[in-house]
Structure formats: structure tokens, C-alpha cells
Design a protein around this ligand. Structure first.
Ligand code: NAP
Ligand code: MG
Length: 402
């Protein structure tokens, strides 16, 4: 059969360790037999980031802006141990942070559900997607530990030097203070990214803050979301049959637990940090969590939510067998192919993306899975396979489906 043709390249960001090993296996076993693959390749492996003074990361993000769709392998964020391991010139910044800053995007994380893996909340029969605001609040804070007997004030100096003051607290004893901020522009981008993604997924979107307590700060988030929704999205939501739902964060948590899933939950930065780990864990496995960065102007970068699976890589280097889960990385590729297909009007590419995901899920539901899932699956006929044999099993199913 003739291979599927692409018209625009996908930006391909290669990465590190075990996920880099899986990356090339996915291409060899699942992609290139069926697709005449067109990518613009950037090697974000730590060695090449160091060799290029991290320019490659910026270049890959710029290319993503140009083409609109990227797929990224997990990458090492260097720490002290990596400095010696890779003999680095500098402790390069997190590539995800760099890319997110250039694309000004919002990250959406969605679990992949399969039969046999029952969430810790058994009523969660559909996925909950977490959208986390990636700017400001406590992540850009200024803090002080203060001695007894002073006054803390909030001071804003305007362009002309005029000051506005509010007393935070008059300290009798010692204590701590913290200043945080956010920007209307960043909140607006976040709101638009969320509403666009909801339309894309045809799912309701929930948003929550603590506006009853934080009557200016959190209330600003609520107002910006509401204004943008009413002015730009209400009609589109109505015709799509989806809803924007706002509530208080504690009420949201209670409703999420009682829900069946199937919606997007937009969270402020800190809430998103905390809730995404809770949701990922409750659905069973970090290796089954996909992640997509969406910019307000509709640029998409797909990846797995997990890291480079370092422990498995060291086993692999010693020649030992590994059983590493490739599902989230497969879904990063299928997400990128589907989006490329939609943008370029390539039905074959969309069908391939659907088939690849179906083949992956069917393989697991037929009982063939990697060790992480084997440990939690409730299927009776389950069988644990190694990293490569899992991909081959998916490949055989995919062959039949296409
Ligand atoms: P990790 O790579 O996500 O792995 C943590 C543990 O989770 C693994 O040791 C493994 O548990 C389990 N796990 C994660 N993904 C798995 C998979 N696909 N299949 C099977 N098990 C999986 O996190 P980490 O070890 O903390 O970080 C390793 C490196 O990844 C770091 O250098 C970090 O900077 C980087 N990182 C990158 C990204 C990204 O690029 N988006 C995100 C997070 C971390 P067991 O060992 O118990 O089997
Ligand atoms: Mg976290």
C-alpha cells in the first residue's frame, strides 16, 4: 500500500534517555512503515543543547511558531548531578520553560483511559483535562521573613511617581510576608487558550478561584474570563452545545470528585500544579498522561507528561531488559498527526492518528502491557512485555487496521 503523504512538516523535538530510545522505536515500528514522514528535526538531547549553547531549543520553538505543530520527546532539566554527568558549560534552563515562554502557551493534560485500569475515583469514567495557567502568582513571588515590631505595606508607584499604599500587617511578633502579581494580558491569553481548547475538544470548561476572599486579585481572574467569554465565545459555545462554568475553588474540588469527568478544568497556577498531580495519580499512571501546549494564536506542541524515565535508561545501558510505557509518547505523535491533518485537510493522516490510538488502547485491553500497567491492571489475562515487544504488538494491530 502507498504511504500516507504529508504536505507541511511537523516540528520534531528529540530528547533524552529512555524516552529518546522509545522515540526512535516509535518512528521505526509505528510511523515510517505507514507515513512518508516529513519533520523538521531538532535535537533537544542535553548533549546537543550544551553544544549549541541551548540555541537549538529556541530554534525549535521558533520553527513551531512557523509551522504550527510540534511533537516533543521528554528532556532532562539539568541539576547539579547532570552538570558532571554531561560535563555541561552551564546549568541550562528547562526546555519546556523556554518553549512555553516563547509560545506563551497554556498546558493541557489529559489522562488516557483503558479497560482494566480503574481510577481511584471509580466514577471518573471519562478523562478530566487540567489546564494550568503558567504565569505568575506564587511562582513569581517576592518574600521576606520579618522581625518583630514593624509594619508591612503594599506600595504601588505609578508612572508619575504617585504612591498608593495599603497596610498589610502591623507586626507585634516576627513573621513572614509575600508579594505576588499577575498581568491582565497573561490572564486573558490563558482564558482564550482555555475557551479555544474547549471548542476544539467540544467539552465544557470549568474555572474556579477564591474570589469571595480575594476580592480584587482572584476577582480579576473571574472578571477577565467572564468578559472574554461573553464578548468572544458565548455564541460559539452555544452552537457547539458546550458550557463555561465558574465556581469557587473549594466547590469545584467537591464537584470534580463527584463528577464522571469529560470536561476541562482551568486552574490558576498553584491550583493547577497541585490538582494535576492529584488527577494524574487518581487515574492510575503518569505514563498514561498526555500533555499539549496551546498558544493563544492556535499553535500546538504535543508531548508526554512524564520525564525521561532515567532509572529504566540506566538498566537499558547495562543491557538489561526494560518494560517502559510508551503510550503517552505515542499519543504525542498521534496528536500532532491529527492536528497536522486537520490544518492541512489530510483525511488519511487523521485516520492514521485515530487508528494508532485505537491500536494502542486495544493492545492494552487485550492484555498486553508494560510493567507499570501490569502492576495495577485488573484484567485476568494480562501479560507483561518489554518496551520493544509492546510497540511491536501495537504495530501488528495497526497494520491490520490500516
Ligand atoms: P520520570 O522520568 O517521569 O520518572 C519517574 C518514575 O515514574 C520512573 O522512575 C518510573 O517509575 C515512573 N515512570 C515515568 N514514566 C514512565 C513510563 N513511561 N513508563 C514506566 N514508568 C514510568 O521523572 P524523574 O525520574 O523524576 O525525571 C527524570 C528526568 O526527566 C529528569 O532529568 C527531569 O528533568 C526530566 N523531566 C522531563 C520532563 C519533560 O521533558 N516534560 C518532565 C518531567 C521530568 P519506576 O522507576 O518505579 O519504574
Ligand atoms: Mg507539580
Amino acid at each position: 500500500m502507498a504511504k500516507i503523504q504529508m504536505t507541511t512538516p511537523i516540528v520534531e523535538m528529540d530528547g533524552d534517555e529512555m524516552t529518546r530510545v522509545i522515540w526512535s522505536m516509535i518512528k521505526d515500528i509505528l510511523i515510517t512503515p505507514h507515513i512518508d514522514l516529513k519533520t523538521e528535526y531538532y535535537d533537544l538531547g542535553l548533549k546537543n543543547r550544551n553544544d549549541t549553547d541551548d540555541l537549538v531549543t529556541t530554534q525549535s520553538a521558533e520553527a513551531t511558531k512557523k509551522y504550527g505543530v510540534a511533537v516533543k520527546c521528554a528532556t532532562i532539566t539539568p541539576n547539579a548531578a547532570r552538570m558532571t554527568e554531561y560535563d555541561l558549560k552551564e546549568m541550562w534552563k528547562s526546555p519546556n520553560g523556554t518553549i512555553r515562554a516563547i509560545l506563551d502557551g497554556t498546558v493541557f493534560r489529559t489522562p488516557i483511559l483503558v479497560k482494566g485500569i480503574v481510577p481511584y475515583i471509580p466514577t471518573w469514567t471519562k478523562p478530566i483535562t487540567i489546564a494550568r495557567h503558567a504565569y505568575g502568582d506564587v511562582y513569581k513571588n517576592v518574600e521576606m521573613q520579618v522581625p518583630a515590631g514593624g509594619k508591612a505595606e503594599l506600595v504601588y508607584t505609578d508612572r508619575d511617581g504617585k504612591e498608593t499604599r495599603e497596610t498589610i500587617h502591623e507586626f507585634k511578633g516576627s513573621g513572614v510576608i509575600q508579594g505576588v502579581h499577575n498581568r491582565d494580558e497573561s490572564i486573558s491569553s490563558f482564558a482564550r487558550a482555555c475557551f479555544n481548547y474547549a471548542l476544539d475538544m467540544k467539552q465544557d470548561i470549568w474555572f474556579a478561584t477564591k474570589d469571595t476572599i480575594s476580592k480584587k486579585y482572584d476577582h480579576r481572574f473571574k472578571d477577565i474570563f467572564s468578559e472574554i467569554f461573553e464578548n468572544e465565545y458565548k455564541q460559539k459555545f452555544d452552537s457547539c452545545g458546550i458550557e463555561y462554568f465558574y465556581t469557587l475553588i473549594d466547590d469545584a474540588v467537591a464537584r470534580v470528585i463527584r463528577s464522571n469527568g469529560g470536561y476541562i478544568w482551568a486552574c490558576k497556577n498553584y491550583d493547577g500544579d497541585v490538582m494535576s498531580d492529584m488527577v494524574a495519580t487518581a487515574y492510575g499512571s503518569l505514563a498514561m498522561m498526555t500533555s499539549v501546549l496551546v498558544s493563544p494564536d492556535g499553535i500546538y506542541e504535543y508531548e508526554a507528561a512524564h520525564g525521561t524515565v532515567q532509572r529504566h535508561y540506566y538498566k537499558h545501558l547495562k543491557g538489561e531488559e526494560t518494560s517502559t510505557n510508551s503510550v503517552a509518547t505515542i499519543f504525542a505523535w498521534s496528536g500532532a498527526f491529527r492536528k497536522r491533518g486537520e490544518l492541512d485537510g489530510l483525511q488519511d493522516l487523521i485516520r492514521y492518528a485515530d487508528a494508532l490510538e485505537r491500536a494502542t488502547i486495544d493492545t492494552i485491553e487485550s492484555g498486553i502491557m508494560t510493567g507499570d500497567l501490569y502492576a495495577i491492571s485488573q484484567l485476568e489475562n494480562k501479560k507483561k512485555v518489554n518496551t520493544e515487544d509492546f510497540l511491536k504488538a501495537v504495530g501488528e494491530r495497526l497494520e491490520q487496521m490500516l
